[in-house]
Write a protein that binds this ligand. Structure first.
Ligand code: CA
Length: 231
């Protein structure tokens, strides 16, 4: 099996060394970029399997890097943010990051987040006897992992796809926020409702031409989310 390539985008030597050490010990192949520009070039040329992206970079702001990467790639992105910067986490997730790690972090925590994000990508296999899901204008092909709305193909990040996949597997039933967090992100994410809210928001932006109408994914206030007609 070819090793998983992780591109670490970080300008501080102390964190570069720490992250490389942790990831290599975990069996990953590490490449490094010390600026936003280097990161964009590496994404275009090396096709990494995962990005670890610091928000404080010398040239471009990490948010801008995240936004530009998302224009061309669905590579999983974990952002590194300073402790306590709740707004940064949400902003990064809104721009398409899949997860975040707060500095300072432990080796164990970083590896757990990397593994959790990689588990979401590639998405899970097709459910037995159910190669696709169709509801109104929405079509999900579980084998090729393609999603189309009115025959137009959408480009979803691994997290967005997994979220839609779970909702489709249980269509007609309300999934609670914690159920979704556990199924898509992992058991340690129970209670991280902001992470889920932002992911649903991004998914709706892509699925629904007129988001205020909330055509596909319905919010059940205080409970969770529902795809399809209630059964
Ligand atoms: Ca930095």
């Amino acid at each position: 099996m070819t090793p998983t390539d992780v591109l670490v985008v970080e300008d501080e030597p102390r964190f570069q060394r720490l992250i490389r050490f942790v990831l290599e010990a975990g069996g990953y192949r590490v490449r490094q970029a010390a600026s936003g520009g280097e990161c964009l070039q590496a994404v275009a040329q090396q096709f990494p399997d995962l990005l670890i992206l610091d928000l404080m970079l010398p040239d471009l702001d990490g948010f801008e890097v995240c936004r530009r990467v998302r224009e061309v790639s669905a590579v999983p992105i974990i952002i590194l943010t300073a402790k306590g910067a709740e707004e940064d986490k949400v902003k990064g997730l809104r721009l398409g990051a899949d997860d975040y790690v707060v500095k300072p972090f432990s080796a164990q925590e970083l590896l757990a987040r990397v593994e959790a994000v990689l588990r979401r990508s590639p998405p899970s296999h097709a459910p037995q006897g159910q190669p696709s899901f169709v509801w109104g204008d929405l079509r999900i092909d579980f084998l090729s992992h393609t999603v189309t709305v009115r025959d137009k193909q959408l480009h979803l990040s691994p997290t967005e796809y997994r979220l839609l996949h779970e909702l489709a597997l249980h269509s007609g039933r309300v999934l609670t926020s914690d159920e979704l967090l556990e199924k898509v992100w992992g058991p340690s994410y129970r209670g991280e409702h902001e992470v889920l809210r932002v992911a649903v928001w991004r998914l709706r932006q892509k699925l629904e031409e007129d988001p205020p109408n909330l055509q596909f994914i319905r919010t059940i206030p205080g409970v969770g989310y529902l795809l399809g007609s209630p059964s």
